[in-house]
Design a protein around this ligand. Structure first.
Ligand SMILES: *[C@@H]1O[C@H](CO)[C@@H](O)[C@H](O)[C@H]1NC(C)=O
Ligand SMILES: *[C@@H]1O[C@H](CO)[C@@H](O)[C@H](O)[C@H]1NC(C)=O
Ligand SMILES: *[C@@H]1O[C@H](CO)[C@@H](O)[C@H](O)[C@H]1NC(C)=O
Length: 662
């Protein structure tokens, strides 16, 4: 019985003792803080879901959260403690955040004089480092303060009465599964769990951390020997603190557990019970006003885009009719031409042709240099026939023709693409005194080239092509000074055009056969007439329309006059002095024959070619009842040649007719 009583007493005593012991040793577990009754100050709040928010994005803010009951630090074992909490820091700017979270044990809950920013709301400039603070802390610091000897801007430190840490380490953890140390970004907006343990027997503080969800790593991140009995007073509080400085960020705590005394760890947090974090980088809800503004801005943007698109479309807009399908091969896109000429820049302008501006360009696809002629063309009338003609002309191939490479049509515009002739047009050489002087041999080569091209157009192609506008400015020179006849067939455009140099009749004044103005019908013989004028021009270097001698309005009449007077040498370009005069005179005579007023008296281009090839007898047989072409001085006849001459520049015979595409 006595033993029984004893047992009961000792049981009672035991119960009593353990109860009183438990009253002195605190422990708590908060998986979310709804029921926690924490003492909060500063920016600290508890969200409806139980999430503890310490700081928000306001600058210079402090926040404290205390477990409200005192902790008694009297018995040696009471100094041992274990705590763990899960936190997340959301930086406002991705890479920088302020200032961090601190777990601390302090004798007071009054920190209203704590300075925010680097002091974490726990110290101020006058209290820091003073041992009368009695403050133990583990800091999660996201700013490197050189004043406190911080190792980096992402570290964990163990502090006593100061923010100069007793020990610190860059945030990270030992991954047991991988067997390596890994770094942790404190401001990565991902929840992290930290464990802090203190054992009064070895007086060692141990800190470990890991991403929330992983067990406590087997290795600590850092540890430090501290005699907590020298720091703590009899009665202390535990809390979490945080502050923002000139850079702000939102700091959250999801759960926290604490155990005082003993050797076991703080109770585990239950992941499933922890509150969820707000979505990081979540867009703020838009007010009605900003929604309307957003809609208006979108509409404006779409309209601006549309305008740009329309302008872009218009910039490259072309006309393409169904009937053009068969000429697709010759078609060049306007976009390519626009790019080739850098937007038809004045800098790329080669000159003003008879029909419009001529630009130099480089085709983007083939990188070939081309001449691009922009012809204004008001009506689309006759365009179909014209394009058909271009279709044909594009197939013409002769080494003395400027090759037409393609065309493009736009509203009111026709664009033609030709081979680029680096040496420009012949008229510049004839009339620009300063420029390179062409020798007689070079001029003969040019005359023969043009004649050869005309033979091809008149007789050697599948259709008879009348050039309609043979003149020195239409003769272009390639790299080796070969003549290339350009603009063939284009004279037709004059029907619609308004070129001041032209009459209502097709062609250029001064090169027009007299019958053209009467009948208005172009024939091969009208081309021969123009060619005759062209020869006179080349040999005399005088424009067909410049008044010459005593009141002759046209070159041809003056040459005729000189010839009649036996003074043909007066006509010769003075720069040709000392060169084969005989031959020059012969060519002048050929010019006169070609420019005969009566079409039937003119030779054909093939005959002209024969004469140029040396058959001067042929010249003698041509009928020539010479009379002035333009002036009216009645009929006069005189023999053209006293005796047959020798061939023209027989020493020079590189040209022969090239027949292509027959
Ligand atoms: C942050 O918290 C403080 C204190 O509760 C409050 O005055 C402030 O308006 C909050 N700032 C923001 C941006 O929510
Ligand atoms: C710092 O805080 C202490 C109390 O914690 C206070 O007495 C002192 O005036 C404060 N100093 C400053 C500069 O705020
Ligand atoms: C530390 O703080 C105490 C109490 O506030 C004060 O009396 C003492 O002068 C301070 N010591 C220093 C070195 O500032």
């Amino acid at each position: 019985m006595a033993t029984n009583t004893h047992l009961i007493i000792s049981l009672y005593l035991c119960t009593f003792l353990s109860t009183s012991f438990a009253q002195n040793l605190q422990h708590f577990t908060f998986n979310g803080f709804q029921q926690a009754k924490l003492r909060l100050d500063g920016g600290a709040t508890i969200h409806q879901n139980g999430l503890l928010q310490l700081t928000n994005t306001s600058k210079q803010l402090t926040a404290h959260a205390f477990f409200p009951s005192r902790l008694s630090f009297k018995s040696p074992s009471s100094f041992s403690f274990s705590t763990t909490f899960a936190f997340a820091m959301f930086p406002e700017i991705q890479v920088i955040s302020g200032h961090g979270i601190v777990f601390f044990i302090s004798p007071s809950m009054d920190f209203h004089l704590g300075t925010p920013g680097k002091y974490f709301g726990l110290f101020n400039a006058s209290t820091i480092g003073n041992s009368s603070n009695h403050l133990f802390a583990v800091e999660l610091d996201t700013i490197q303060d050189f004043e406190f000897g911080d190792i980096d801007s992402n570290h964990v430190g163990i502090d006593v009465d100061n923010l100069i840490s007793n020990a610190s380490a860059s945030a990270g953890y030992f991954s047991d599964s991988e067997g390596i140390n890994k770094t942790l970004n404190l401001i990565g907006a991902k929840p992290i769990q930290i464990w802090i343990d203190y054992d009064h027997r070895d007086m060692e503080v141990k800190v470990a951390m890991a991403p929330l969800g992983l067990p406590r790593p087997s290795k600590n991140l850092l540890s430090s020997r501290i005699d907590l009995s020298k720091v703590a007073l009899d009665s202390m509080y535990v809390g979490l603190a945080s502050s923002t400085g000139s850079v702000a960020s939102s700091h959250y705590v999801l759960g926290w557990s604490f155990r005082q005394g003993g050797v076991g760890q703080a109770p585990s947090l239950v992941l499933s019970k922890l509150p969820s974090l707000p979505r990081f980088g979540k867009r703020r809800r838009l007010s009605l006003g900003s929604k309307i503004l957003l809609i208006i801005v979108s509409i404006v943007l779409v309209m601006v885009g549309l305008v740009f698109y329309m302008r872009w479309r218009k910039k490259y807009e072309e006309i393409f009719d169904d009937w053009e399908k068969e000429y697709r091969v010759q078609r060049v896109s306007y976009k390519d031409l626009y790019k080739a000429t850098k937007g038809f820049k004045e800098k790329e302008l080669l000159g003003y042709g008879g029909f419009g501006k001529v630009y130099k360009g480089t085709l983007p696809s083939s990188k070939t240099e081309v001449a691009i002629k922009k012809v204004s063309h008001g009506s689309s009338q006759g365009m179909r026939e014209f394009v058909a003609e271009i279709g044909c002309l594009g197939r013409l191939r002769h080494r003395n023709l400027v090759q037409l490479l393609g065309y493009c049509r736009r509203q009111g515009e026709l664009i033609l693409v030709y081979d680029y002739m680096p040496n420009g047009s012949l008229d510049k050489y004839l009339y620009n005194e300063g420029k390179v002087n062409l020798s007689w041999l070079e001029r003969v080569k040019i005359i023969r080239g043009v004649a050869s091209a005309l033979v091809y157009l008149h007789e050697e192609w599948e259709q008879v092509v009348i050039h309609r506008d043979v003149k020195s400015s239409n003769v272009l020179l390639d790299l080796s000074m070969n003549a290339r006849l350009g603009d063939f067939g284009l004279a037709r455009l004059y029907d619609h055009g308004t070129n001041p140099q032209t009459t209502h009749v097709v062609g250029t004044v001064g090169y027009l056969a007299p019958e053209l103005s009467r009948k208005g019908k172009a024939t091969t013989k009208t081309d021969v007439f123009s060619f005759g004028m062209f020869i006179l021009e080349v040999a005399s270097a005088r424009s067909p329309t410049t008044p010459q001698g005593d009141g002759h309005k046209y070159l041809v009449d003056w040459v005729y006059d000189c010839w009649k007077r036996g003074a043909i040498s007066e006509v010769i370009d003075p720069r040709l002095e000392g060169q084969i005069v005989e031959e020059i005179e012969l060519v002048l005579k050929l010019g006169m024959v070609c420019a005969h007023p009566r079409p039937e008296a003119r030779p054909s281009m093939r005959q002209v070619m024969q004469i140029l090839d040396g058959d001067t007898n042929l010249l003698g047989t041509l009928p020539y009842d010479a009379r002035p072409v333009y002036s009216n001085r009645g009929n006069e006849t005189f023999p053209l040649f006293a005796s047959p001459s020798k061939a023209i520049s027989t020493t020079y015979s590189t040209d022969s007719i090239l027949i292509v595409g027959r």
